[in-house]
Design a protein around this ligand. Sequence first.
Ligand code: FMN
Length: 382
Amino acid sequence: MSKLFSSVTLGEVTLANRVMISPMCQYSAIDGVAQAWHRVQYGRLAMGGAGLVMVEMTLVSPEGMGTAGDLGLWNDEQEAALAEVAATIRKLGAKPAIQLGHTGRKGATQRPWHGGMPLSAVDLEVRGEQPWPIVAPSAIPMSADRVTPRALSLEDIDRIRRDFVQAARRALRAGFDVIEIHAAHGYLLHQFVSPISNHRADEYGGDLARRIRLPVEITQEIKALMGRKNALFVRMSVTDGVAEGHGVPESVTFAQALKAAGADVIDCSSGGLIGTASNSRSARSRGFQVPLARAIREGADVSTVAVGLILDGPQAEAVLKDGSADLIAVGRSALDDPNWPLHARQTIDGPGFEHWPPQSGWWLERRAALLSSTQRGMSPLE
Ligand SMILES: Cc1cc2nc3c(=O)[nH]c(=O)nc-3n(C[C@H](O)[C@H](O)[C@H](O)COP(=O)(O)O)c2cc1C
């Protein structure tokens, strides 16, 4: 059997296989509450055969929202709706995971398909989306055409740490096996880590040890809350992709500190600090972030997730076999084909349908036999 479809245990969480559906914002929540869209979207991704289905970036406070359609996890209604999403994922065969975040200076923007720019009076008039004040480690906007955030006070930082821990408590109650802390893509925790966005002169700014302090403290507190029964992932941008930013050596140090604080897995992405997450200046080609996952795995002796243009089963299998990562995350390919894991399995473990849900697999097995007999020139009834 392939490595991709062998089970893996992280903390005490055992996944049936090593395919993770990467967190992908759906921008379809109302007041931060998951809707039918989320139950169906995450349910069909679970039916597609992934070992782990990770729910999109879910904000720990109203201030941390990116767009008006983001998921939130600061009240009981949001928790109850996410509990249904988690139960749906589990019933359909995968382990449920959720990513917790705060967008910092990237907050209060339009959905990508409305332009992705700061919310303005026009958005209020057209869609009833009122902008809200945004915050960051320092009062530095992401770019000249973005809103300048308010620099956080030490009291604010303390509150944000407690917001993360409280959201993690709710996520555990809602039934998620895995929590991922979002410290990548230019969102708040990444803004603390990068020297481009963090110009603070107190204990949360300055040298690397101070810049990584907030994500490390949050990791420690959430791990203490969850114990060994659940697994804790942290997603980081291993490189900012810009000359003045941080790179692999700093990220190895960061990963070592996260591991010591209790992180089980580092999910290795890149970019996003300047422009959008899909706008880092790193070259983008098949598996472009795999070397980053390998560098963190080797440098910090920690389990990693590789992500980014991993397009088919043989490519994913090769990434695992060469020791670059422990899990493979699949994003856009799963939007295109929610059955991506089932199809990938057929390309590396054989063409049968025995791993498919019988509701579809039983029929497809017979259709495949029919088609091959037709191709051999036999009548379908023979
Ligand atoms: C629609 C969409 C939404 C995304 N939302 C998130 C998110 O909520 N959190 C996150 O860490 N990454 C997010 N990403 C990035 C993906 O998780 C993934 O890292 C990226 O798409 C690269 O993987 P791929 O080439 O397999 O798509 C998003 C990507 C897409 C396409």
